[in-house]
Each structure stands twice: as C-alpha cells, then as structure tokens.
Design a protein around this ligand. Structure first.
Ligand code: NAD
Length: 291
C-alpha cells in the first residue's frame, strides 16, 4: 500500500509536530482543527521549528521550503477524505475522538488507514466505532515530535497485518523507531513512566524528600536527563493524572492509585509549565520548587 497523503486532525502541540515530521519526510499533509486560530498558530510554529533545524544544519532552506509547500490546512474535517492515512491528534476525550471518526468515515476511500495518537484510550474500543476496525491502529508519537525518536504502534484486536506493515514502513520513512505495544491501558511508555512519576509525587507527599532532592536524586543517581517532577511539569499534571486514572480503572489494581498530592495540584490549576506553576514555579527567571 502506498501512503502519500496524510491527514492530521487536531493542530495542538502534537498535531503540529506530526505535520512537521511528515512534511519534512516528503508526505503531503492536510491538517484540520475546530479552531482556526490553532491552525494558524500550528503553521507559524512549524515554520519557526523548521528555521531552527536549518540554523542547526539539520535541514536545508530548500527542504524547509518544500516541506512548508506540502502542508495545507482546512477547517473542514471531511476535506481529509482523499488521504491515505489519517492521524487523529485531537483533545484526549473519547467522545471528541469518536465524533471525529463518525463524521469522517463516510468520506474515506476503502483503503484509508485510520489511526489515533491517543496516550491512553483503548484502540480496540475506538476502532469498534468505525467501519474499519481492521484498518485502525494506535500511532503514538512522543512530545516534542520532531525531537523524540520513538513511535509506539498499537494494534487493536482486529488490526490486520497489512495495516500494521504500512504504519511500520511510515515510521521508517520518518527516520524514527517503532516499538510495538499490545492494546492495554497506557501502552508501554506511559505504563512504566507514569507510575514512576506518581511514586515521585508520593515520595514528596510523604515527606521523604523535597522537590529538588527528588529530582537531583533521579538525575544524578539514575542518570535520567530530567527529574520525575520536572518531567511531570513538562508533560502536564492533568495529563499525568488522566493517565494514572486510566491505569487505575483499566487494570483495577490499587498500585496505580493516583497520589492525592497530584490530584491537589490539578485541582489548584497548577498543571506545570503550561500554566506556569506545578512542582516548580516558572513565573520568574529560573524555576523555583513549590515544595
Ligand atoms: P492540545 O490540547 O495541544 O491539542 C488538541 C487540539 O485538538 C486543539 O487544537 C483542539 O482545538 C483540537 N480539537 C479539539 N476537538 C477537535 C475536533 N473535534 N476536531 C478537530 N480538532 C479538534 O493536545 P495535545 O497535547 O496535542 O494532545 C493531542 C492528542 O495527543 C491527545 O490524544 C493526547 O493524549 C495525545 N498525546 C499527547 C502527548 C503530550 O505530551 N501532550 C504525547 C503523546 C500523545
């Protein structure tokens, strides 16, 4: 199966990164969002990020110009009907994703592969709400997409081999590395990463260490490039809590219970970098621990 034209639904932090790497790899990209502002911002951000790659020598001016020329945007979801591959990267709410697939499916060619970039929602359940569960997969990029090497590929119970192979080849053409995960809550990366972050929050909650001692311990003692609390702020504490809830509900094991202190930060609206406060306060020159 030849994939040339790729539709990206949702132009937020993940959607713009996905459009960026696909266009740079030579794919035609059509991006849509319910927010016209998000589409404009995404195109401007892709251009800035490509400029940065040119400055570092990772791409040429010509490659940047051709990549920008291959990206188009539309406010109309059904304009993505002519794409060979769809990557849904809209807000992490099942009802939003299901509504997108329901509207899009009648406009797709029979060969079109449908995928979701969801961090946690069941691929099998999302697939069952479409007309093509055998051509449906999880295509999970990491944030920031142009920088992170891994893509998790998740088969739903019905995904066929041809669909999996086609997505695997796409990952290779992007110059990234695929890891395959079965469709269980939070897949592989977040199944392992989130309980570690949650345990770091428990370590803080129980007074075993302060924010800086916990982050310094994991950076210097386990050679992690970022401490777990710093990383939680980068991901977004609301996202961390949502994933812990998916693990807790989906696996029905108390070892995944979200730390009450994580819940408290989210209830305060202290969601990390995006709201300028989380385990660190980012409102000044340098981040200051909040505990
Ligand atoms: P985001 O909030 O930055 O962007 C979501 C975008 O979806 C917004 O621009 C919003 O306007 C748009 N949207 C909402 N409803 C829509 C609809 N009906 N049609 C079209 N567009 C719609 O979120 P994000 O961080 O980019 O996350 C997107 C997806 O990627 C989620 O499923 C999330 O779980 C997943 N993901 C996120 C990360 C991360 O670190 N943030 C990492 C991997 C995967």
């Amino acid at each position: 199966m030849t994939i040339e034209r790729v539709g990206v639904v949702g132009a937020g932090q993940m959607g713009n990164g996905i459009a960026h790497v696909f266009s740079l790899a030579g794919y035609e990209v059509v991006m849509t969002d319910v927010s016209a502002e998000a589409l404009d911002k995404a195109v401007a951000l892709i251009e800035r990020n490509l400029d940065r790659q040119v400055a570092k020598g990772a791409a040429t001016e010509d490659e940047k110009a051709s990549a920008m020329g291959r990206i188009s945007t539309t406010p109309t979801l059904t304009d993505l009907g002519s794409c060979d591959l769809i990557i849904e990267a809209a807000t992490e709410r099942e009802a939003v994703k299901t509504a997108i697939f329901e509207e899009l499916v009648p406009h797709l060619a029979p060969h079109t592969i449908l995928t979701s970039n969801t961090s946690s929602i069941s691929i099998t359940r999302l697939a069952s709400r479409t007309d093509r569960p055998e051509k449906f997969m999880g295509f999970h990029f990491m944030n920031p997409v142009p920088v992170m090497q891994l893509v998790e590929l998740i088969r739903g119970i019905a995904t066929d081999e041809e669909t999996f192979r086609a997505c695997f080849e796409v990952v290779e053409r992007l110059g990234k590395t695929a890891a395959t995960s079965e469709d269980f809550p939070a897949f592989i990366v977040n199944r392992i990463l989130m309980p570690m972050i949650n345990e770091a929050v428990y370590t803080l909650y129980e007074g075993v260490g302060s924010v800086s001692s916990i982050d310094t311990s994991l950076k210097l003692g386990a050679n992690h490039p970022m401490g777990p609390l710093e990383l939680a702020d980068f991901i977004g504490l609301d996202t961390c809590l949502a994933i812990m809830n998916v693990l807790h509900d989906g696996l029905a094991d108390t070892k995944y219970r979200p730390c009450p202190l994580l819940t408290k930060y989210v209830e305060a609206g202290w969601l990390g970098r995006k709201t300028k406060r989380g385990f660190y306060d980012y409102r000044g020159e340098t981040p200051v621990p909040t505990r």
